[in-house]
Design a protein around this ligand. Structure first.
Ligand code: SF4
Ligand code: SF4
Length: 367
């Protein structure tokens, strides 16, 4: 089957992305791609947002946000941030005109922040018409129905986040929930996080531009699997301490943060690999528990310091039981754990409380 020029460029771009090489280093290929550039305008709508995800994106280092906006996101594709309430130079009617003009072309909609819906969504207004404020809800419904694809960036846009936490006086909801209630079926991808990692957003945009929104494999919560499949607990540098039963009792202690409320055992994201601020650090390496900001339940109904059930940790028979009462003292004793129905046995550990035991003398916080 003959390969067309367009298909060749697409395959080359895909291969380069997989291999992590830059096609732009080759002047001939660069010229070939430049002649086939497609421009996709982006309307970035901020509803019930703190702008944290915008700030996170502006911190992107590789590629930098300038590169994303001024160069090609992927070879052959260029984005144009046509409307962004926080960073655009225009304001007032001029800014709103930029939005209205852009929505007449094929565009990508990015929503940051939850969508207040109570009383028609009066808690959030973006621009005005004839002296009347236009609600974020109205914009989301109008633009959502027209867009080629929608990215709900941050936990608030994805699932409602902090504004949706009880008692939720503004009736805030995530974008997908609002779309569902209003019969909008535009392809929508959730990129949660508080704030979302810039690579999660840029990678999702790149994948949409390259092969369309349907090509992005998402999990049951609408998150791209390429970023949100790994369980933080399975890739945590403190996992050895968890397995050994060494738990931090105070912030700053160098041990597993489970008992301080770490949500790593139920949170899926590649933070341990990506890290933040250009790969400098991330929550747990900074000795702060993961607060589970990439999960739909965030910010949870329990306190941030509340412990979560260990559901996915394997093999569970090798872990010491977890206790949240820090005043207890334990001693680890090896026992043999029988495997039901299996011929072989496995050596496990079991923790027994021993009243009157002295504090562990190795000073490593063992319990
Ligand atoms: S509970 Fe948190 S700190 Fe402890 S190993 Fe799991 S992810 Fe790391
Ligand atoms: S480590 Fe947890 S709290 Fe921190 S950014 Fe990742 S998912 Fe969010």
């Amino acid at each position: 089957m003959p390969v067309t020029r367009r298909k060749f460029l697409k395959y080359s771009a895909g291969s380069a992305a997989v291999l992590g090489v830059s096609l732009f280093d080759n002047p001939l290929l660069r010229k070939a791609f430049a002649s086939a550039i497609q421009e996709t305008p982006i309307i970035w709508l901020a509803a019930g947002a703190c702008s944290g995800c915008s700030v996170s994106l502006l911190n992107a280092l590789s590629p930098r946000i300038q590169d994303v906006l001024l160069d090609q996101v992927v070879p052959g594709h260029h984005t144009e941030l046509a409307f962004h309430p926080t960073v655009m130079a225009a304001s007032g009617d001029l800014a709103m005109k930029a939005m209205y003009d852009t929505e007449e072309r094929p565009f990508l909609l990015v929503v940051e922040g939850s969508v207040p819906t109570k009383d028609g969504g009066v808690a959030c207004e973006v621009g005005e018409k004839n002296g009347q404020g236009i609600t974020g809800l109205e914009h989301v419904l109008r633009l959502g129905g027209k867009a080629k694809a929608v990215i709900a960036i941050g936990s608030c846009a994805a699932y409602g986040g902090v504004p949706k936490a009880p008692p939720n006086p503004t009736g805030s909801k995530g974008v997908m929930e609002v779309f569902k209630e209003n019969g909008i079926d535009t392809p929508t991808i959730n990129v949660p996080g508080c704030a979302a990692h810039p690579d999660w957003f840029i990678g999702t945009v790149a994948a949409i531009l390259l092969n369309g929104p349907e090509s992005v494999k998402v999990d049951q919560y609408g998150r791209p699997e390429m970023f949100y499949k790994p369980l933080i607990h399975d890739n945590c540098p403190l996992r050895g301490h968890f397995d050994a039963g060494r738990f931090a009792k105070n912030y700053g202690d160098p041990y597993c943060l489970y008992k301080l409320g770490c949500k790593g055992p139920i949170t899926h994201a590649n933070c341990p690999e990506k890290k933040f601020n250009g790969g400098v650090n991330w929550c747990i390496e900074n000795r702060h528990p993961c607060i589970g900001c990439a999960e739909p339940e965030f910010p949870f109904t329990q306190t941030l310091a509340g412990t979560v059930p260990i559901a996915d940790a394997t093999p569970p028979s090798l872990y010491p039981p977890i206790f949240t009462d820090h005043t207890r003292k334990f001693d680890v004793t090896p026992v043999y754990t029988a495997l039901a129905g299996a011929a072989a046995g496995a050596v496990g550990v079991k923790v027994f409380k021993k009243d009157g035991d002295k504090e562990s003398s190795d000073g490593e916080g063992k319990e």
